[in-house]
Design a protein around this ligand. Structure first.
Ligand SMILES: Nc1nc2c(ncn2[C@@H]2O[C@H](COP(=O)(O)OP(=O)(O)O)[C@@H](O)[C@H]2O)c(=O)[nH]1
Ligand SMILES: [Mg+2]
Length: 218
């Protein structure tokens, strides 16, 4: 049974309501010393530069301008925290791994910060690992998954930009991704496909998050 089958109408409705609220930018953290207090569950969106992390957060909350989406890869250079007072949850927009246009030492420092956050944040409930549906998993995704497996942080893959490929190709990449994740101890087996362009997959993603929060006791 997939998680989709196990999502109840109640999860779908709770998820819908969770994201009709007004989410706001809470803070940007350039390093591990400026994170908000770890006083509530967090869900982080990770993945390569330009994979669609910021666009996905905007589509999730239904607010076009909340997270900055950009045509310039690697522009987001802080961990950005979004919150909604009644939701008791942080959504975390992460910068892309290994962004190309910065000096080497800066990239290295960045990757240390991202790794430190992913592997060491006590309140991280789940990491959504975003993967461009046209390209599938890349070596840097393997590195991230190995890190999360090592830290026993639960993660789930999302195939983004699904509007850019055919249904057949999407099912092919979903199958390949599912098989790769089956070998990973901390990976959630079900792969979600989204399009920030058409809205595909967001009812499911909202329900998955609502269900996670319910299981956590919120
Ligand atoms: N067609 C399509 N384009 C998308 C989608 N999601 C993001 N994009 C585009 O991909 C580029 C990078 O998106 P962005 O959200 O900034 O990626 P990030 O670097 O991972 O935060 C932007 O030009 C977006 O408009 C999607 O679902 N469909
Ligand atoms: Mg971004």
């Amino acid at each position: 049974m997939t998680e989709t089958d196990a999502l109840s109408a109640e999860d779908v409705e709770t998820g819908r309501l969770l994201f009709t609220r007004a989410w706001t930018f809470s803070r940007g953290s350039p390093d591990l010393d400026h994170l908000p207090p770890d006083d509530r569950p967090e869900i982080a969106f990770a993945g390569r530069s330009n994979v669609g992390k910021s666009s996905l957060i905007n589509a999730l909350v239904g607010q076009r301008g909340l997270a900055r989406a950009s045509n310039t890869p690697g522009r987001t250079q802080e961990l950005n925290f979004f919150t909604e007072p009644a939701a008791d949850l942080y959504l975390v927009d992460m910068p892309g791994f290994g962004f190309a246009e910065a000096p080497k030492d800066k990239v290295a420092a960045w990757n240390r910060t991202l790794r430190g956050f992913l592997a060491g944040r006590r309140t991280l409930l789940r990491v959504f690992l975003l993967v461009d549906a046209r390209h599938g998993l890349k070596p840097v995704d393997d590195e991230v998954m190995a890190l999360l497996d090592g830290a026993a942080v639960s993660y789930q893959a999302i195939l983004t930009k699904s509007d850019k490929i055919s249904r057949t190709d999407l099912e092919r990449v979903r199958e390949r991704t599912t098989q790769a994740l089956a070998k990973r101890p901390a990976a959630y087996p079900h792969v979600i496909a989204t399009s920030a362009e058409t809205g595909t997959g967001f009812e499911e993603l909202r329900a998955v998050i609502a269900k996670l929060l319910k299981a956590h006791g919120n």
